[in-house]
Ligand binder design. Sequence first.
Ligand SMILES: Nc1ncnc2c1ncn2[C@@H]1O[C@H](COP(=O)(O)OP(=O)(O)OP(=O)(O)O)[C@@H](O)[C@H]1O
Length: 129
Amino acid sequence: MKTSNPFSISQRLLSFKHAFAGLRTLFSEEHNARIHLVSAIIALILGFVLRISLSEWVLLVIVIGIVFICELINTSLEALADFVSPEKHPQIKKVKDLAAAAVLISAVSALVTGIIIFLPKIITLCTNN
Ligand SMILES: Nc1ncnc2c1ncn2[C@@H]1O[C@H](COP(=O)(O)OP(=O)(O)OP(=O)(O)O)[C@@H](O)[C@H]1O
């Protein structure tokens, strides 16, 4: 529960610690998140190698961010659902399927964005050599 405590730097640093603990949980427990991390690193390396423009960098960073935000919310909902209802329930299925669909949509959007940004540059590179 939130109380009106005075501002404290150590409390703010503790919030960062919790957030990083969440990231550690995501990447240690979720295989999909690790696949997305590797894909994001490849996209970032390609961005440097193919010298994408500033606006393409902005787009790339946004779509990568959205994928990890969806992964985090999906994993968080799954954990909550498993705690609240360890047994099978159609309502839990609905919640988990919806959260999984959010991850899918974000990943497909990121993939399409990556193709739009990188494919023309790769084709130009291949045809010029
Ligand atoms: N308690 C439950 N009741 C009903 N259906 C469930 C339940 N738990 C899981 N499911 C079904 O199994 C699917 C996978 O759920 P699970 O918790 O295993 O996620 P996961 O294997 O980590 O998948 P992902 O992370 O790709 O969404 C859900 O999307 C849902 O359709």
